[in-house]
Design a protein around this ligand. Structure first.
Ligand code: PNW
Length: 474
């Protein structure tokens, strides 16, 4: 066991939390906002746990100044939020709505007034419904619409936001949205999902070009990925091949175009019986591969895979929600296994070594880019005590182990610049609705009261001291 008291983080390391517009804002019909695919999806019976929707969520749209003050009390030096596309450009086309932009302008001003560095994500899954109605991400035009939207936001906030992220977790948008259907828009067409993945890559590239043209040179551009940390169950050739296939569909389908301007041959061959990829046009991967300043990584748990015998249904314990449709196009003979060990309330195994591995891997794959952890955290069934306080020792333990894992990567020379914990507040956990709580601050959904959990105090101390508290509290 390394001595925890020796774990000191760099002086300028950013300590933040992370949220997303649809998960916290509410106010879905105010100030000109129109429905996104998540409004439509959550209002469709049978899609989200208990029929929950983001209609009110954490009511952050009306409580923003108090929420920023809370971050400041917790000693945060960064905050990662997303802009709701249909709040800023309701139909996904044409001019911006000023009142929508004003909300984000005040949010940024409030953050800066509290010395909190904003990290702005342009797209955290809330596509304007009108763009889905004209085909959504499987259609090429959506990528150009995204670049136009990026330009509008850059013109409005470029004078005060330095850290920009194009997409959050394009894997979820493409494969949970269009293949397994557990996320909006709930389609179950593997070819549409592959087309969506490509148009998300293109959208990222076009938006990055638009941002570079519109933003001052100090702007830092990035993308947030949720790379699968894929481990073969055994060292057999068949299991290693299963891991290769998932690595292609989870990771290289995005890092190939974005970092290396190419789709790898094995990915094209694996999916050849579904599509010839003729939707990829000459020059597209070069557009996707725009120079970036940073890569943002979201990590929760590793994946363990094996080759499944032919004709046998793959074991579907991949933690991606209940669906009879796979999120992995043309990978029917791959089985997912629950890694051994303690689990969170999502059923995700706690394995901090995966985070170190991921950081090491990206520092090799993108040696010139800074790295940020933009999501990491855990859902647990928090039980408030009689006095209303929430003691969440499991979350503290999860965070302590994962921050030690980040520190291991730093010690190995990886250029990690910050950590954004998922999440500031309990919030709308997509298909799980309000049944899963990731916050370090509890939200009472009846009163909208914010109650910092013990993990919030723990994280605040870390942010203040830059040192992992010496004694593990177990
Ligand atoms: C990420 N999966 O979502 C998102 O970026 C957050 O909005 C979300 O609240 C957080 O992680 C916790 O779930 C994911 O099925 C949702 O692999 C599902 C998966 C991965 C990430």
């Amino acid at each position: 066991m390394p001595d925890d008291s020796a774990r000191t983080f760099p002086d300028r390391f950013v300590w933040g939390t992370s949220t997303a517009a649809y998960q916290i804002e509410g106010a879905v019909t105010e100030d000109g906002r129109t429905p996104s695919i998540w409004d439509t999806f959550s209002h469709t019976p049978g899609t989200v746990h208990a029929g929950d929707t983001g209609d009110t969520a954490c009511d952050h749209y009306h409580r923003m100044p108090a929420d920023v003050a809370l971050m400041s009390q917790l000693g945060m030096t960064g905050y990662r939020f997303s802009v709701s596309w249909p709040r800023v450009q309701p139909t996904g086309r044409g001019p911006a709505v000023q009142r929508g932009l004003d909300f984000y302008r005040s949010l940024v001003d409030e953050l800066l007034a509290h010395d909190i560095t904003p990290m702005l994500t342009l797209y955290h899954w809330d596509l304007p419904q009108e763009l889905e109605d004209t085909g959504g991400w499987p259609v090429r035009d959506t990528a150009s619409r995204f670049a136009d939207y990026a330009r509008l936001v850059a013109d409005a906030l470029g004078d005060r936001v330095e850290m920009w992220t194009t997409l959050n977790e394009p894997w979820c948008s493409a494969f949970l949205g269009y293949a397994s259907g557990v996320h909006a828009p709930g389609r179950t067409d593997p070819v549409a999902a592959l087309r969506a993945a490509h148009h998300l890559n293109l959208a990222h590239g076009l938006a990055t070009q638009a941002l570079r043209a519109a933003l001052p040179s100090r702007a830092r551009l990035s993308v947030s990925l949720n790379p699968a940390l894929v481990r073969p169950r055994t060292d057999s050739a068949a299991d290693r091949d299963a891991a290769r296939r998932i690595d292609a569909l989870a990771n290289r389908v995005f890092t190939g175009p974005m970092l290396r301007a190419r789709y790898d041959d094995d990915l094209l061959a694996d999916t050849a019986r579904l599509t010839d990829w003729s939707f990829v046009q000459e020059g597209d991967t070069a557009i996707a591969a725009q120079p970036l300043d940073a890569v943002c990584l979201n990590y929760y748990t590793p994946s363990v895979v094996s080759a499944a015998p032919e004709g046998e249904d793959a074991e579907r314990r991949d933690g991606h929600g209940a669906s009879s449709h796979s999120p992995w196009p043309a990978a029917e003979r791959v089985a997912f296994h629950q890694p051994p060990g303690e689990q969170t309330a999502m059923g995700w195994t706690v394995d901090p070594s995966g985070l170190t591995e991921l950081l090491l891997r990206f520092s090799r794959e993108a040696p010139d880019l800074a790295l940020y952890v933009t999501e990491n955290g855990a859902a647990y069934e928090d039980k408030p005590e009689e006095d209303g306080r929430v003691h969440d020792p499991e979350r503290v333990s999860y965070l302590r182990q994962h921050l030690a894992a980040v520190h291991d990567a730093l010690r190995a020379g990886v250029d990690v610049r910050g950590y954004f914990l998922w999440s500031l507040l309990d919030n709308f956990e997509w298909a799980y609705g309000y049944s899963r709580r990731f916050g370090i601050v509890r939200v009472d959904y009846d009163t909208q009261a914010r109650i910092p959990k013990a993990s919030a105090d723990w994280y605040a101390q870390l942010a203040r001291t830059g040192r992992l508290p010496a004694t593990p509290e177990r």
